[in-house]
Design a protein around this ligand. Structure first.
Ligand code: 5AD
Ligand code: SF4
Length: 452
């Protein structure tokens, strides 16, 4: 039985796309492996969002292709965002590479790899192949968003990602995603509901809906009784018996309407956590970023959601060192962090991406300043995040028990509705169950508790 190794960089969308590819290999009789020495097919699902992510994937593939292997037939492939944006030029960087597939071609990866592997094995070749097969598929494909729907067989997981839309049409000036992920396309609600019903039958209790701008799901559909397509989808999912929790990521202030704020008041299965990228607290920088709203709108949305759901945890993404960012702009970002008091934030140093508007802007910020702002902002973010976590000590929380803790398999790990990880003693609860926990300790980002 041949085996496939899939490594995934980047966001949850990529994780989900990799799962789709893996499940097609399984259906084709392969088994999944973590071992580089054992694998007959090695795939890397790539991210382009910052330069570092690309260098990581390129470096890894370079090493894999150069290693001595007892299997001269191994098929090497790149999938995803970097493939989409660099396409055939990747064969120059990694000559041994066989297959490059873009973000709308995930459902063809299995067939391409399997065909190539079978033909190589059939040739019974025992001399190492020097040059890859150089097969490249990055064309757009209508309806591809409906092909991300298969899940791996249950391995006791009680949580799952569900892709509900793909692509992004927002054109933020720093971002490569609109060019790697194409136009926005939403899946039909009925297909999504069917997928989630099947997941629930297999024991899934919590789903996370995925989309580059998830709240623009079904943006061309009519508003019915004040509710847009995204909120109507949330309501329909809420009706599914056995589904306990609904999450989604990531929303954008554009297309974020009152109906979504209100949803937090009457949909108890909707979790008390939202990852809501802010990017900058300065209106001048937001404008240069081509994000067509004022920071005040973002802040008001956060506050309105907290009014609707007082225990809502908010996490965010922030970019520091965007071209032209002055100290004053940066201080405004810091002030916004103090005002919202995020539960956590990812802070990124601006990374110029090819063919984006911002990469060609004047006043690029030097590395030293980017690093200083990054470091300074993280201090603020961590101080607030730690204080918020400490405030949970002594409270009662409900966690969905996910399984053994990664650091200590003797204990169990679960998550609160606010998406905070909680460690509890092993044997004190059953994975897949939601149990009440008294939080009695907190170390930075992890909470510890006991079943009540
Ligand atoms: N440089 C730095 N960070 C970026 N992001 C997107 N593009 C860039 C870039 N060119 C960040 C944004 C986004 C997150 C996924 O990555 O904050 O929300
Ligand atoms: Fe990276 Fe964006 Fe592609 Fe996700 S969609 S893998 S974050 S470039």
């Amino acid at each position: 039985m041949p085996s496939v190794l899939i490594k995934t960089y980047g966001c949850q969308m990529n994780e989900r796309d990799s799962e789709q590819v893996a499940s097609m290999f399984l259906a084709g009789g392969y088994h999944l492996t973590q071992s580089e020495a054992e694998a007959d097919v090695i795939l890397i699902n790539t991210c382009s969002v910052r330069e570092k992510a690309e260098l990581k994937a390129l470096g890894k593939m370079g090493l894999l292709c150069a290693r001595p292997t007892a299997k001269p037939w191994v098929v090497y492939g790149f999938m995803g965002c970097m493939s989409q944006s660099r396409a055939r030029s990747l064969f120059r960087d990694v000559p041994r590479l066989d297959i490059v597939t873009g973000t709308q071609q995930y459902h063809h990866v299995y067939e391409l790899c399997n065909r190539l592997l079978r033909s190589r094995m059939g040739n019974n070749t025992d001399t190492p192949l020097r040059k890859g097969a150089h097969i490249c598929h990055t064309e757009q494909e209508e309806g591809f968003q409906n092909a991300i729907r298969d899940h791996l067989p249950p391995a006791g997981n009680c949580t799952a990602f569900v892709s509900i839309m793909q692509g992004c049409e927002m054109r933020c000036s720093y971002c490569i995603v609109p060019s790697t992920r194409g136009n926005e396309c939403s899946r039909p609600a009925e297909d999504i509901l069917q997928e989630v019903r099947e997941l629930v039958e297999r024991g899934v209790r919590e789903v996370t809906l995925l989309g580059q701008i998830v709240n623009r799901y079904g943006k061309d559909e009519p508003i019915v009784n004040g509710r847009g397509a995204f909120v109507r989808l949330l309501e329909a999912l809420h009706e599914i018996d056995g589904l306990a929790r609904i999450r989604f990521t990531s929303p954008h202030p554009i297309g974020f309407r009152q109906d979504l704020v209100n949803a937090y008041t009457y949909l108890p299965k909707l979790c008390s956590h939202i990852h809501f990228p802010m990017q900058s607290g300065s209106d001048r920088i937001l404008q240069l970023m081509r994000r067509p709203y004022k920071n005040e709108k973002y802040l008001r949305l956060c506050e309105a959601m907290r009014e609707a759901r007082p225990d809502l945890a908010i996490t965010t993404d922030i970019i520091v060192g965007f071209p032209g960012e002055t100290d004053e702009d940066y201080q405004q970002t810091k002030a916004a962090v103090e005002r919202i008091r995020f539960d956590n934030a990812f802070v990124f140093q601006y990374s110029p991406r090819r063919d984006t508007v911002a990469a060609a802007m004047p006043d690029q910020i030097c590395l030293r300043v980017k690093e200083e702002r990054n470091h300074d902002l993280l201090e603020t973010v961590n101080r607030i995040a730690t204080a918020r976590n400490h405030a949970l000590v002594g409270t009662l929380q409900h966690i969905l028990v996910e399984g053994p803790s990664k650091n200590n398999p003797e204990r169990l790990q679960g998550r609160t509705s606010q998406n905070k990880p909680v460690i509890i003693p092993g044997g004190s609860a059953t994975p897949g169950h939601i149990v009440p926990i008294r939080i009695n300790e907190c170390t930075g980002f992890t909470l510890y508790g006991d079943v009540v």
